[in-house]
Design a binder for this molecule. Sequence first.
Ligand SMILES: Nc1ncnc2c1ncn2[C@@H]1O[C@H](COP(=O)(O)OP(=O)(O)OP(=O)(O)O)[C@@H](O)[C@H]1O
Length: 258
Amino acid sequence: MKEPDADANPPVDGGELIRFDDVTKRFGSNTVLDRLNFSVDSGKHVTLIGPSGSGKTTILRLLMTLTKPEEGTITVAGDQLFPAPEKQVREVRKKIGMVFQQFNLFPNMSVLRNITEAPVTVLGMSKDEAEARARELLEMVGLADKCDARPTQLSGGQQQRVAIARALAMRPQVLLLDEVTSALDPELVAGVLDVLRDIARSTDITMLCVTHEMNFARDISDQVLMFDSGRVIESGSPEKIFSEPENDRTREFLSAVL
Ligand SMILES: Nc1ncnc2c1ncn2[C@@H]1O[C@H](COP(=O)(O)OP(=O)(O)OP(=O)(O)O)[C@@H](O)[C@H]1O
């Protein structure tokens, strides 16, 4: 697999990239995040684990501004994402890319166009530059020969690899991964996880990952955050969380999933 373009992630200073301060998110009477505090440093790979419904996906959706918190502040690279004026939100959002469980590719566009569309229309990149970059990214995800294919001609695993390339084409500082292999047939999971392992190893991009693939989490994570009832109840290195968890609920959760 080709070394990814170093520009996929702008230079980072190693400081704090994402910060949640006392963030509360409710859906009706359901308090999903309860004065949540956590931060992620630039270049780190952080995995969120915890029981179903503990609010992991909601955290990623808040960062994508797909939903808003009721209280608290969210900061990305020193700029507030919430609360913030609309223009600032648009600028901060450009620093963040996300890959979803469903691939969400445009079915009527070629693979290449799926990847070039947003860099051209949102970032104002020239078509030539966007295409050159898309070809590099397709090579990185092992799909250099699929530029002209339609998404429907690809397997689910290949479609998800296109979705990863599409997210990276926007040159985000942080890549959010929300259970990206959950919708795949089991035999296609390893190929997608290998691509992500490669990106984690060979770039400086910050990753915030929700996954049920615990071996993958152990491999790529610098830090694991265990969520329960809308709060981080334990955090630490994967070695600590997976081998010597201190919290009873972490132990119960891991014994159920490992
Ligand atoms: N749009 C919504 N409207 C109402 N409730 C929602 C909405 N989105 C999420 N919720 C609720 O918020 C809670 C947290 O959901 P979330 O998807 O963040 O959890 P999760 O930890 O990612 O769970 P899973 O591991 O099952 O994906 C759940 O109780 C869910 O039902």
